[in-house]
Structures are given as structure tokens and as C-alpha cells.
Design a protein around this ligand. Sequence first.
Ligand code: ATP
Ligand code: MG
Ligand code: MG
Length: 379
Amino acid sequence: GATLGVLGGGQLGRMFAHAAQAMGYFTAVLDQDATSPAGLVSHHHVRTGYEDAQGLAELAQLCAAVTTEFENVPAGSLNKLAERLPVSPAGSAVAIAQDRAAEKAHFVKCGVPCAPYAVIETAEQLAAVNDALLPGILKTARMGYDGKGQIRVKTRDELVAGWNELGQVACVLEKMLPLAHECSVIVARGRDGTIVHLPVQRNLHRDGILAVTEVYEGNLPAAQAEQAVAAAKSVAIGLDYVGVLCVEFFVLENGQLVVNEIAPRPHNSGHYSQNALDMSQFELQVRCMTNLPLVQPRQHSATVMLNLLGDLWFKDGDTAQAPAWDQILALPGAHLHLYGKVDAKRARKMGHLNITAATAEQARATALKAAEILGIAAF
Ligand code: ATP
Ligand code: MG
Ligand code: MG
């Protein structure tokens, strides 16, 4: 079999490797960490940084095609690999997703509404910010994830202090919007322009981190769901995107749909696809990169996904101890996914639990039961 490569060794790379291997491929991971979740389950593990010319050359030598699981991989490295083998998504698309200012400009270009914002790269731009953007969230333009690199600011003084605290790096200030809820859409687009999508995910974030995803008939009003799918597709088409892309949205209290951000890879909110759809987001990633047919996934079960954060490992004190899974696995429709991370830390994503059932009511009831057992707040 051919070998497929992935830049980044986290859990997304691990689940990509599992999907690729199930389809007969060998996998190669480029990640510096000797115990990276994806490196541990792959046939080849190139242990260099993302910009290491020798590491990239070695990966290119091993692989028939390459993808990424980490959105902050230098776009230049993807471009370099693309001189030698098919790379999806392209460096040009990833570069836009890596920079909140470029990302928002792309949304504007696609005619998809996003939160009112201002780019702040200089003290002059900071001083010129319109008061209408306050209260707001100041976000570093680059490298933020799981709510990191973000400061909520109510006043101009807090804005100035926040920008100083973030090191006066390039930022965007977004107006704080009144959210009714959040949702996301995952699309997969092939080289020939074929595009398929997963059912719309309804997401609950806690402390800036995804906590719960619910996917079943009626999780969102049908018109909102359709609008989100259409917007996600136009964002992907506008990027001439090849691969799996997640588009995150806010639904405002007045029902308006506003795009938040994109992730140029499979996404945490799409993990339910492993057990509730007949094709996972990771298989779609494999199909995109190998030019295999893209077919529309079909949902066969209602589902709720619970993220398993490292906090659950510290319920009984400061020594990490995995929750007792037997009570969870005794629940009907419980699918436990653990990432094989060697050390648990609070707020670190350690795994997820997909609950599937015949109906939304059953899926929710079982998921609430699991949450209670684990000590996760009800939703
Ligand atoms: P991810 O891990 O999804 O990449 P991130 O660090 O890029 O997260 P965002 O998606 O920008 O963070 O924001 C995290 C969460 O903070 C959002 O899901 C939402 O709950 C809240 N949030 C962000 N921006 C706004 C806004 N303008 N108005 C209201 N809430 C917001
Ligand atoms: Mg993000
Ligand atoms: Mg986000």
C-alpha cells in the first residue's frame, strides 16, 4: 500500500491514521514529540520540527500524498512539500485560516457575515478603534486555539491593557455578540470540486473549549441549518479548498447566523461522525487527499459527543487518575475514544465519548447520565 503523511502528531492525526490504515494505507507522521498520539500509531514517525528541511524531505520521500492536522503548521512547509507531491489542503488556504484578519477578509469577500471587527497591528489602529466594537473580545491574529490568546475587554482602558498583555502583537478586536447558541459545519471538497457536508453540529463551549456537540434532527431550526451549510460551502469554494474544512458559526439571539472562524482540517465538533454517520470526517480526509470518490455521508443515529478533558483525571486530587470507564461502557450506545496521551493536564483534550441512540431524547438522556457519572456539568 501507499503511505499517506500528516503534519502534526495530535489526536486529529491519530484518528486520521486510524482511518487511513483501515483503508489499507501506511501512515507517516511528522512531529517532534516522541510520544505524539499519531506518531505512536503510525508506521513512520519523522521526528523534526515543521520547518526542518531534512524532515520535510524525508516525509516527501516516504509519502504518496500529505495532509495536515495542525492549523498552525507553517504554510511555507506545505508549499515546499507541494513541489514534490499532492498536498491538501493547500498552503494558500491554510495561510488564510492561520490569520484571523485574513480569515475575516475572506468571509467578507464570500459575502458571509462575520462579527463586526477591527484589525489592530499598531498603536494608531488601537487608538482609532470604534467604540461600537466594545464590549469586545481581543484575539491574537495568529496561533490562538481553545480560547487561548483572547481577552474580553469592556472599556477602552481594558482594550489598551489587553493589547499590552498580549504583547502588542497583531490582533483583531471583535464585538461581543449575544449568542443564542453555536454550530459548525464540516465540508469535504475534492480536487474536481465535488463537495459533501456533514449534518450541522450544535456546539456548547465552556471556558472557550468545546464541551458538547449534539447532532440529530431538529438540533437547529431547519432554515438555520440550511443557511449554515450554504455558507460553509461558499467559504470552501472561495478558497478553492481541497480537503476537510470546518466552519464555526454563532447563532445570535435574533436568529442571525454569523460565521466565527474556520479550521482547515477535521474538527473536534465532527468526531461524532465516527459512530453516528456511515462515513467519518477522517475517511473523508483520506478520500480527499487520494482523489477517491466523495459521497454524502448518511446519519444513522442521533448522537451527543462529550469532550473528555484532563480535568476529569484530577477529580480526586493532584495525581492524575483516569476515570473508571466501566460504568460509562455499560451505557448503551457509548463509544469511548481515548487519544493515548501520556500525561493528563487540566483543559487538555484526552478523549471524547460519542453516545448514539435511535432518538434524540435517548441520546441526550444517556449522555446526561454519562456526564453525571463523570462529573461533567449538565447541558
Ligand atoms: P478553537 O479551539 O475553536 O479554534 P479559538 O481559540 O479559535 O477556539 P474562538 O472560536 O475565536 O476561539 O472563540 C472561542 C469561543 O469564545 C467561541 O466558541 C464563543 O463561545 C466565544 N466567542 C468568541 N468570539 C465571540 C464573539 N465575538 N462574541 C461572543 N462570543 C464569542
Ligand atoms: Mg480557532
Ligand atoms: Mg473556535
